[in-house]
Write a protein that binds this ligand. Sequence first.
Ligand SMILES: *Cc1c(COP(=O)(O)O)cnc(C)c1O
Ligand SMILES: [Zn+2]
Length: 586
Amino acid sequence: MGDWALSDFVIITGLNKSFMNNIKIQCRACRTQFPFSGPISACPTCGGGWLDARYARVEELTRDNGASQWTAVLAQRGASLWRYRELLPIQHDENIVTLGEGWTPLIRAHNLGLMLGHNHIYIKDERQGPTGSFKDRQAAVAISTMKEAGITEAVVSSTGNVAIAYSAYCARAGIKLWAFVTSSVPADKMREVALYGSEVIKVAGTYDQAKQIAADFAASKGLFLDRGIKAVAAKEAMKTVAFEVAEQLGSIAAGHDASIPHGNRHPWRAPDWYLQAVSGGLGPVGVMKGFAELGAMGLIHHMPKLACFQSSGCAPMANSFQKGLSQAENILTPLTDITTLATGVPGEAYEVLRELITAYGGLIEAIPDADAFHALHAVAKIDGISIEPATAVAFAGLFKLVREGTIRPDDMVVINCSGHTFPVEKHIIGDQYMRSMAPVYGQAAATHSREEGLLTALEELDNRVQRIAIIEDNPDATRLIRRILQAQGDFLIDEAANGLDGLRLIQQTRPNLVILDLMMPGLDGFGLVEALKAEPALHEIPIIVVTAKELSPIERQRLDGKIKALLQKGSFLDSDLLSDIRQALP
Ligand SMILES: *Cc1c(COP(=O)(O)O)cnc(C)c1O
Ligand SMILES: [Zn+2]
């Protein structure tokens, strides 16, 4: 079994003596391999900057049932990214700087899935990391390698989230950090960087200019410069997303709880798609490296397709990909409000992503900011997840791929979800989002009774006038439609689960609008439409049909002229329904 043995994993110290043999660095440009001895800035042979870790152990794990012994050891380990310790580039455990990163939840997008007609959309909730983005992984591994190398001062450039994560981990490691950010990084994010004790340098320019200035500063001061995607640590960190997803999907496929790490209790599984909003490209490059290592070990049996999305105001990779270019055309003046994604000069990352997509399938697409902001609202209101605009770009991409059929209904989809809305986007809900209440107390209350004043005030809180009836026998569909209406705020909603109850409800409540399913037991939707049209008191109530049924020409004729809109279940977005409702209401 070579130098890889079960004892290596049980007694981690046993691992250390073979560590140096296990990990090698490979230069992307000249393919030379050399031993790993901490962070370096370039290939000693050709000067190439893009360096990757290669593990002898991955190859050994493919033999002699090695992988199953590894997963057996994993079954004993806790829920953090360090459970995959053997395949991370840290030599001694005592150098690990941790805040409990990794093993974030994989959450099924229940309601969004219902809206999109897609059952297998899973959200890798990286918001739940220590500083709220998947940069926590990168920080944990990169700062640990810095600590191991004895580095006490470092320089980083960032569109925001890296600066925050690095600052937190540097604080713990006792490393002074110089964080170069662009002036478009939201003030709340910069303040958080400063709170952790980092020096914040705001550069009035693009991210790519800030990056250059950071490099010049580090060179002139002789300080360690974090090289992000080109360095080993960052990619190694991101591959743990793939490890976790494959382990978690294994639980889900077996019908078990994905929040408990299981190691070898279920077969691991790759998703069919990995989706992410992309700036520098580190996430997808690292994640695909992770899936490739799992594939080499025989733990998964196919690679996911890769869907990368950029903001159309700064989409050098998407544009170059669409044009079929082998090298990216740079964007020198980014025109996006989504600062996190404002890398205009992608460099080698584009070439690597394009190679991955050529090998395994996928795409890079540009998403208009407006679509992203719509998705941000929808994800929050429909599934209770508040995301930053950068992540919303990926969700808008998901909506697009599902609707156009690129992602098929039975594909297993994982989407990377990082960053909360409000540090980034204060104005997303305008300033009319609250209702104020001033119940009468004190002097004034003496003249009225106090309860009376309070009741009047409470009464004014809810003055909804438009009444909508939902007639639908599928409780999931009812819940989704109700949720879309509720989130709009101003409708009174009644429900019935079949045609006859629906008719009675409509007779009693005289709603302003009926939302109707077609296939229901007893009196179906067609019958109900005809019954309403036959009753003079009810025949003017507008009807919107929401159905899963493919209508035949005769069925269409039955509805013709009698309904205001027809929506196909699983292929309308919340905004489509709301705009049909606005048009149908008197
Ligand atoms: C960093 C970041 C991205 C872009 O990630 P890359 O993989 O580096 O391109 C997207 N969304 C959020 C929220 C991020 O923090
Ligand atoms: Zn080289």
